[in-house]
Ligand binder design. Structure first.
Ligand SMILES: CC(C)(COP(=O)(O)OP(=O)(O)OC[C@H]1O[C@@H](n2cnc3c(N)ncnc32)[C@H](O)[C@@H]1OP(=O)(O)O)[C@@H](O)C(=O)NCCC(=O)NCCS
Length: 139
């Protein structure tokens, strides 16, 4: 595991996660839902105790959430983990009453999010030196 992944795992482990058992039963990819703070929902895909990928839902307003910090381990990309994470995140967001999911997608990942039903909204912009697009999906 590289330093970046170790940092991600430590961030999750140190954030006082409560694994919610009811959500485990709904899943095919062993994606677990973790609560950190009430306004943020952390989601991670695990195999045994290894975290394979993660993402976060942040409330923008009571109807709109933002998907953040989505990442799958480099050597496990392209195996359906990203799809499982995003589908789980969308279901969880719906359960919390959100009707719109938005995100700032890095330009090379736009085709992935388009496959997941997201549409570009607005012009390209630079965030942390990387070209991004805002993308939106009705839940
Ligand atoms: C983007 C990311 C989360 C996708 O996760 P993943 O586990 O590799 O994606 P999946 O395997 O679930 O892919 C689902 C589908 O999208 C496609 N896809 C995945 N990444 C893609 C990309 N960059 N461009 C085009 N298609 C892509 C897959 O081929 C697959 O298509 P299929 O169902 O027709 O076979 C992952 O590549 C990643 O962590 N990238 C680095 C971090 C990053 O850029 N995060 C996004 C920040 S905005």
């Amino acid at each position: 595991m590289g330093q970046e992944e170790k940092n991600a795992v430590n961030a999750v482990v140190n954030s006082n996660i409560l694994f919610l058992q009811p959500y485990l039963t709904k899943l095919s990819h062993n994606v677990r839902h973790c609560i950190k703070r009430k306004e943020n929902l952390l989601i991670a895909a695990f195999e045994d105790e290894q975290m394979l990928g993660c993402c976060m839902i942040v409330e923008m307003d009571p109807r709109k959430a933002r998907l953040r910090q989505m990442a799958v381990l480099n050597n496990l990309q392209g195996k359906g983990i990203g799809r499982a994470l995003i589908q789980f995140a969308e279901n969880l967001a719906r359960d919390h009453g959100y009707r719109i999911m938005s995100m700032h997608a890095r330009k090379p990942t736009v085709p992935f999010f388009e496959k997941m039903g997201y549409k570009i909204s607005g012009d390209e912009f630079i965030e942390i030196t990387i070209p991004h697009y805002e993308m939106i999906k009705e839940l």
